[in-house]
Write a protein that binds this ligand. Structure first.
Ligand SMILES: [Zn+2]
Length: 187
C-alpha cells in the first residue's frame, strides 16, 4: 500500500494527498453549506484540497466582513437619524446620583468635602489660635476658657467624634457611585 493515499478533490477531481486534506464533514458548518450550495452532489466523506478550501475560507471571511460593515453602516445611520431628530436624552450621571441622595447623605458629603480641604484646616487653626489668644493675653478682661483650654478641648473632641462617622458614611457610598457610573457608561 502506498504511503500517499490519493483521493480526488470534490471540486475539480484532481488527486490530492488524503493525509493533508479534510473531508467535508470535518469543516465548519457554514463552509460546508457554501460548498454544498456549489456542489450539491458532494457528501460528507468527500475530500477538498487545501487550495480550494482556502478559497472557501476566504469567501467566508469576506462574507463576515461585509456583514460587519453592513451592521456598522446601519448603526451609524441610526445614530445620524437620532441626532437629527434631536429627541435623544443625554443623561447626566452626576446629576442623577445627586438627586437620588438623601438629606443625610448630602450633609455627609458636604462635611467630608469641606473637612478634607485646606480652607477647613486654615479656618480651624485660625479659630483655635484666636481662642487661645483671647484666653491668654491680659488685654482681654474676660478669660472664659483659661489655660489649659479645657472647653476648647471638649469642642475639638466633639468635632472629631462627629466628623469621623460622617466621612465614613460618605466614603462607604463611593463604590456604589462608581458602579452606577460604570453601568451608565457601559450599559
Ligand atoms: Zn481542489
Amino acid at each position: 500500500m502506498s504511503k500517499h493515499y490519493r483521493i480526488p478533490c470534490l471540486v475539480d477531481h484532481q488527486l490530492v494527498d488524503a493525509t493533508t486534506s479534510l473531508t467535508l464533514a470535518e469543516l465548519d458548518p457554514q463552509i460546508q453549506a457554501t460548498i454544498l450550495a456549489d456542489y450539491p452532489q458532494a457528501t460528507g466523506q468527500d475530500f477538498i484540497c487545501n487550495e480550494h478550501l482556502i478559497h472557501y475560507r476566504l469567501a467566508k471571511l469576506d462574507d463576515l466582513m461585509a456583514k460587519d460593515q453592513q451592521a456598522n453602516r446601519k448603526l451609524s445611520h441610526r445614530l445620524t437619524q437620532v441626532f437629527k431628530q434631536d429627541d435623544y436624552q443625554v443623561i447626566d450621571v452626576n446629576q442623577q446620583l445627586e438627586q437620588s441622595l438623601t438629606f443625610g447623605q448630602r450633609i455627609a458629603d458636604a462635611v467630608a468635602r469641606f473637612g478634607g480641604s485646606w480652607p477647613f484646616i486654615i479656618l480651624f487653626v485660625t479659630i483655635m489660635l484666636a481662642w487661645m489668644i483671647i484666653n491668654v493675653i491680659p488685654i482681654f478682661s474676660h478669660h472664659f476658657d483659661p489655660y489649659p483650654f479645657i472647653l476648647l478641648n471638649l469642642f475639638l473632641s466633639m468635632v472629631a467624634a462627629i466628623q469621623a462617622p460622617l466621612i465614613m458614611m460618605s466614603q462607604k457610598r463611593r463604590p456604589i457611585t462608581t458602579a452606577y457610573k460604570l453601568k451608565m457608561i457601559f450599559g
